[in-house]
Design a protein around this ligand. Structure first.
Ligand code: FE
Length: 204
């Protein structure tokens, strides 16, 4: 790591510590509570939650309908209710088709469907991603290695305090031969943000 990276990490750590001091002093939360929350997240709150929802939708048209109509309820069906979340936050599922590809951003800050995707990647919170994906989504996706046909429209969803978005990618060719568990492995976090699409690795 570079010296400036070290410096920046130390600065961030100091900032986090000041915030925790304030939060404890005001009785908002204690450090042990924060640790407990992080530990619980580590096990339960991962992109596997969202991936399981996507794969169920691939294999059940009825579930897919329910997911697109009310993603929060459909998440709860699979035990991914997003507990600890504000009830004001609504989850929306947006499904890719050959005609439209969805990608998610929070232009204002870093709103993210954490309960279903786990902690966000650093780039999601970066100024560069947040500003550029709106102006040039196709160009940004290309930098992620995702080249879409010109006939596919790119739709950008701006997450907010009230609305979080989960992208439902299309099932790739060849995935129908795999078990549901194997299909879940294909759906990465980036697939659920819309900066990647699932692919079936070639059999060797
Ligand atoms: Fe935000």
């Amino acid at each position: 790591m570079s010296g400036s990276g070290h410096h920046r990490n130390a600065e961030l750590q100091a900032r986090v510590n000041r915030l925790l001091d304030l939060a404890e002093a005001r009785g908002v939360i204690t450090r042990p509570e924060v640790d407990a929350r992080i530990e619980a997240y580590g096990d339960r709150v991962t992109a596997r939650n969202g991936a399981e929802m996507v794969v169920r939708a691939w294999n059940s048209p009825e579930y897919r309908d329910r997911l697109l109509a009310d993603a929060g309820a459909a998440a709860a069906e699979l035990g991914h209710a997003g507990s600890g979340y504000s009830s004001d936050i609504r989850l929306h599922a947006v499904a890719n088709t050959p005609d439209v590809h969805h990608v998610v951003v929070c232009t204002l800050c870093s709103c993210y469907p954490l309960a279903w995707l786990g902690p966000p990647p650093a780039w999601y919170k970066s100024e560069a991603y947040r500003s550029r994906v709106v102006r040039d989504p196709r160009g940004v996706l290309r930098e992620f290695g995702l080249v879409l046909p010109n006939t596919t429209e790119v739709q950008v969803w701006d997450a907010s305090a009230e609305a979080r978005y989960l992208v439902v990618p299309m099932r790739p060719d060849g995935a129908e031969a795999l078990s549901e568990a194997e299909q879940v492995d294909l759906v990465t976090r980036d697939c659920l943000i819309g900066t990647a699409v699932p692919t079936v690795p070639a059999r060797v």
